[in-house]
Ligand binder design. Structure first.
Ligand SMILES: *Cc1c(COP(=O)(O)O)cnc(C)c1O
Length: 385
């Protein structure tokens, strides 16, 4: 039995998404910029996908700009806003958090090298920022706030709508990375009060290498990539038509299935957590107990190393993750858990279980049985070391 419990790293392409993409990988190969039949067909497909993506987040289609994934959307949002402001770097200030995705954190580091000032807000023990800290960090130089909706490692949700209100009141541009939240819970750019929002297709049953940046009409932003002028001159390069079509189909599907998906993920992760608590001791839930993404469980198991757990689960055909997917292989503790100031024991024993829409109760039962056996063996071994 093979069980995939690593949906925050990536999801499989849904069969409906795959079928929607196929023609564009085969005979519908036109370039959307061409004026002939093939080009027009591709252009129609692009605009349909734009509507589908906009629909999921309650935006207007003309506010959706396709990118080469979530990383590009994040990095573009931050660099694009900063570049659009005609001031010296030292007169620009960004506020973000210590637990953003590397796409944000490393872009901010780069901008710091360029002279921009960045505040990385600290987190409480559940991985939440405080609005008071945020408000205190705002100065007359603050030009951008970037805070993620749901964290990929621990699932903790940030109070985005309240940050949005604050940003709006102070006239500061507000970006939100909603890559993990989209498709798992309602995401409305209007209710969140954001100016910019990042999405990625492969975290919601679409293909890899395609995503979008929502840019509210009127937001000042420069391109990251210059060229032929596609995406209304803000993101050049011949469009990834098949990818974009798949992304659109994935958004449409997510919108249709959202209530069931959200309820299903919440129910299954509650069931899994109950089973783990009743059958396994010395286990801790990392992240916020309620304000969390549906389906994400970050757990620390005392007296074991996460790597040992991951390897042994993999031998049994079960895929989970230690922290973020991007770091697998590197023997480095999660920066997210470190930012929450968890004790060392909790850092090196943490694994992330991220459920998907197609996981079953039977799979979670099998997972808990296997986990229990492995833990027993590892913990007995640890005692002799
Ligand atoms: C995966 C992820 C990204 C990056 O998206 P890619 O499409 O993989 O580049 C950005 N932010 C968050 C929160 C993510 O989970």
């Amino acid at each position: 039995m093979k069980i995939y419990l690593d949906h925050n790293a990536t999801t499989p392409i849904d069969p409906k998404v795959f079928s929607a993409m196929l023609p564009y990988l085969q005979w519908e190969y036109g370039n959307p910029s061409s004026i002939h039949h093939w080009g027009r067909q591709a252009k129609v497909a692009l605009s349909q996908a734009r509507c589908q993506v906009a629909g999921l987040i309650k935006a207007e289609p003309e506010e959706i700009f396709f990118t080469g994934g979530g990383t590009e959307a994040d990095s573009w949002a931050v660099q694009g806003v900063i570049k659009a402001i005609p001031k010296l770097p030292a007169d620009k200030h960004i506020i973000t958090t210590q637990i953003e995705h590397p796409a944000i954190l490393k872009t901010c580091r780069y901008l710091e090298d360029e002279g921009v000032r960045v505040t990385y807000l600290p987190l409480d023990q559940y991985g939440r920022i405080s609005l008071d800290n945020l408000e205190a960090a705002i100065s007359d130089k603050t030009v951008l706030i970037s805070v993620m909706l749901g964290n990929n490692e621990i699932g903790t949700l940030q109070p985005i709508a309240r940050i949005g209100e604050l940003a709006q009141k102070r006239g500061i541009c507000f970006h939100c990375d909603a890559v993990q939240a989209a498709g798992k819970m309602p995401v409305s750019v209007k209710e969140l009060g954001v100016n910019l929002l990042s999405l990625s297709a492969h975290k919601m049953y679409g293909p890899k290498g395609v995503g979008a940046l929502y840019i509210q009409t009127g937001t000042a932003i420069k391109p990251l990539i210059y060229g032929g002028g596609q995406e209304r001159d803000l993101r050049s390069g011949t469009e990834n038509v098949a990818g974009v079509v798949g992304f659109g189909a994935a958004c449409q599907l997510a919108q249709e299935e959202l209530p069931q998906r959200q309820a299903g993920l919440e129910k299954l992760s509650a069931f899994l957590w109950e089973q783990i608590q009743s059958q396994i001791n010395e286990v801790h839930l990392n992240g916020h107990p309620q304000e969390r993404l549906p389906g994400t469980l970050n757990l620390s198991f005392e007296r074991v190393l996460a790597e040992d757990l991951l390897l042994n689960l993999d031998l049994e055909g079960i895929a989970v993750s230690g922290g973020a997917a991007c770091k697998s292989g590197a023997h480095q503790y999660s920066l997210v858990l470190q930012a929450m100031k968890l004790p060392a024991e909790r850092l090196h024993s943490a694994i992330r279980i991220s459920l998907g829409k197609d996981n079953t109760e039977e799979e979670t039962r099998h997972f808990v049985r296997t986990l229990k056996t492995i833990l027993k063996r590892l913990r007995a071994g640890m005692a002799c070391r």
